[in-house]
Every structure is written in C-alpha cells, then in structure tokens.
Design a protein around this ligand. Sequence first.
Ligand SMILES: [Zn+2]
Length: 217
Amino acid sequence: MASTGGVPAGSALAGQARGGTPGAALAELLAGNRRFVSGQPVHGHDVTAAAATASGDQQPYAVVLGCIDSRVPLEAIFDQTFGSICVIRTGGHVLDRAVLGSIEYVVEVLGVPLVMVLGHERCGAVQATVDALRTGRRPPGSLAHLVDRIAPAVAEVGVDDPQVLPVAVRRHVARTVTTLRADPRLAPPVTAGRVAVTGALYDLATGEVALLDPPGR
Ligand SMILES: [Zn+2]
C-alpha cells in the first residue's frame, strides 16, 4: 500500500485550488497519470478510511467529467487521493443540466481552475449511439437520452465511416468541451484565463491520457 505520509490531502496542489492556474492543475493531473502508467502511484492503492479522513476539508484543483465505464476509474488513472479532484461520470460523459450545475459549483464555489472532459476508446455509449443511428431504432427508456446527446457527434463523422467509433469519441469530447467553454457561467473565467476546459482521451491498452488539442478531426 502506498503511504500518504500524513500529508493532509496528498496532492502537490491540494489546498491551492483557489488562485491556482489552469496550467499547473493540468500538469498535476498529467503527472498523476504518468505515475499511474509507470506503475508507481503515490495514492493509487490507498483507499483506506485513514486516507479518506486525513484529507480533511476538500480543496480540489480539478474536475474531471468522464464515462461510467468500469475500466476508467478517474481517481485511479490520475493517481489522485481524497479531496484532490472532483469527478463526474455519466454514460458517454454526457453533459446534462445536473452535470453542468455540478461543474459550475466546482468552478464558482470551490474555485477549481481546470475542467477536463475525458473520453475513452471503445465507449459503449458511443457504440450504442452508432448502432441506433445505423438501425434507426432509438433505444428504450432513458438510454435514449444519452444516445440523443451523443448522436450529433456520430452524425458529424458519419455512421458509414469505418472509423466512426474512435473518431466519434474524439468528436464527442470536442463538442462537449466547446459547449462548456460557451456556457454563460463558465465563459467569463475561461476567457479571462482563470479557468481552462480541456478535452482528453484515455487509452485502455496503455492507461495513458492524451490531450485532445487540437480537437479531433
Ligand atoms: Zn464509455
């Protein structure tokens, strides 16, 4: 088990969210991913109650919106401990009003300078959307809500594109980033450079997170 050594929140940036820069927050997230990939996490295995209680008040420096996919646990792949990042997960990292409100809370109330949207390859929600558009059959229940929100990205790529799934994942991330940057509450701090909204992709094979910049084709 990795030790947290009694450091209150474990992260180099913990407690520095207010006034922290988007660039420093992004560097910290990516450094955590490198620790994860290299098999040398500082926090990755310390999911004990002791580590949780040691974090004290939360002072996160980033919020990550990711997919519900069980292979992509966000705190683990960024090697983050309790209190360091806020995590929102929905099928296909779909943005709805509850998600948007959560992100606004994190940015405005907690003072977090970085919003990351993280897609991943072989995403089941994007595949379900491809299937729905190919067959013309909208899925039953509220799954249709996810499909409806992902469909524009898939349609932009084209369901007949042989690479539709990986390309649509990238496009869906890019579209979500664009939507967040244009949000009335988020646009002013983004324009002022106090907050960054960044898209990224998780590689299931290597565990690596790659920034989606410039946005996918
Ligand atoms: Zn997914």
